[in-house]
Design a protein around this ligand. Structure first.
Ligand code: SF4
Length: 376
């Protein structure tokens, strides 16, 4: 099993909280698409012997790209890679790019899942976040996707925004549950240094919400999603039965993937590599037949720590048999011993084969994960 990630690093404008790599020169999209096709060809052997079960167009803002370009890329991927019969093909979309008829041509290219950047249903918070759409546009985008043939709809929500209370989050969720949303990715706002919010924080113009409020909101998120039948399969991700994201799960389960495009990351089980974060230099380098990337070979401690970090965030948890078979028995014993106090405090459940965070443990997942990592 393997995945393909395609990065579309173009945005109309930058949101106040976001530090992803993107540029506003959308006139480069056509040239960029040509470079993507060429990179896909040059690196076709990266996933030899693997069957691709998911393709993910992330950004940036993939919905700035035309359906014709999506079609060209997807068609070419089918000729270059070994793609399974029914792959999950996701496109991230921004609500303000959506008009009636946007999704039908996408469906014709094979796209069967969309991830819509709703972020909030509240106009004031949308403005505060620097989003360029209204909540009505988000609702319309969801309804249009559904009526034009996409059943697998995910939305992103942000909570923990300064000034936000648990009741506000409750309202956000109530609106979400009334719509045909199969999957929710809900992230607590983090203030990244190189963003407008980072700047405001340095100037003392932004105060983050308290730890207690954060915990209260996360707790509410978990219980409300559970009441509505959404499976809490990763710290920030909830899905109805049958709608767990294949692509995201691959990242968390150490499945190899190739990342195409500027700043995209790839993983082949032994190494990670990442393309240059510069659209113009990426295009120019690829046009000369050279993929501009850096690479890191992963030693066994790094691989073990990455496994612990990602696996413990999921409902499947750490598989002790996997650790024993892929690392060694000492590391499996080490995990059982070091997690013992968290098991006693009810933060981790252990059935001898797996270590899984309880709801209580999820509240302090970062602290627990740090304690479980191997020091060098
Ligand atoms: S959140 Fe999305 S739309 Fe906003 S700047 Fe980041 S990548 Fe672009």
């Amino acid at each position: 099993m393997a995945g393909i990630y395609i990065h579309i690093p173009f945005c109309r404008k930058f949101c106040n909280y976001c530090d992803f790599y993107s540029v506003t020169d959308s006139e480069l999209i056509e040239e960029y698409a040509t470079a993507l096709l060429k990179e896909a060809e040059i690196r076709a052997s990266y996933l030899t012997d693997e069957t691709v079960t998911s393709i993910y167009f992330g950004g940036g803002t993939p919905s700035l790209m035309s359906a014709e370009i999506f079609g060209r890329i997807i068609k070419r991927l089918y000729t270059l890679y070994n793609i399974s019969d029914n792959p999950e093909i996701t496109v991230e979309v921004n609500p303000d790019d959506i008009n009636p008829g946007f999704f039908s041509p996408l469906v014709a290219t094979g796209v069967n899942r969309v991830s819509i950047g709703v972020q909030s249903w509240d106009e004031t918070r949308l403005k505060y976040l620097g989003r360029r759409h209204s909540s009505a546009q988000s609702a319309d985008a969801i309804k249009m996707a559904h009526s034009e043939g996409i059943d697998n709809i995910s939305i992103d929500l942000i909570y923990g925004i300064p000034g936000m209370k648990s009741d506000d989050l409750r309202k956000e969720l109530e609106i979400t549950f009334k719509l045909p949303v199969r999957h929710i990715s809900a992230y607590h706002l983090t203030i990244e240094e190189n963003t407008r919010f980072g700047n405001m924080k340095r100037q003392g113009r932004l105060t983050e919400i308290s730890e207690e409020e954060s915990v209260a909101m996360y707790s509410l998120l978990i219980s409300e999603c559970a009441k509505r039948g959404y499976i809490h399969y990763e710290i920030s991700n909830f899905a109805q039965e049958g709608f767990i994201s294949r692509h995201n799960s691959a990242y968390w389960r150490q499945i190899p993937y190739i990342g195409l495009g500027a700043s995209a990351h790839s993983f082949d089980r032994n190494s990670r590599q990442w393309n240059i974060s510069n659209v113009r230099r990426y295009i120019s380098s690829i046009s000369k037949g050279h993929v501009p990337f850096e690479r890191e070979e992963l030693d066994s401690i790094t691989m073990f720590n990455e496994y612990v970090m990602t696996a413990l965030r999921t409902m499947w948890g750490i598989d002790l048999v996997y650790v024993e078979e892929n690392f060694n028995k000492e590391l499996s014993d080490y995990l059982v011993n070091i997690s013992d106090r968290f098991v006693r405090y009810g933060m981790i459940s252990c059935d001898k084969k797996t270590l899984v965070l309880t709801d209580q443990g999820k509240m302090i997942s970062d602290n627990i994960i740090t304690e479980l990592l191997m020091e060098r």
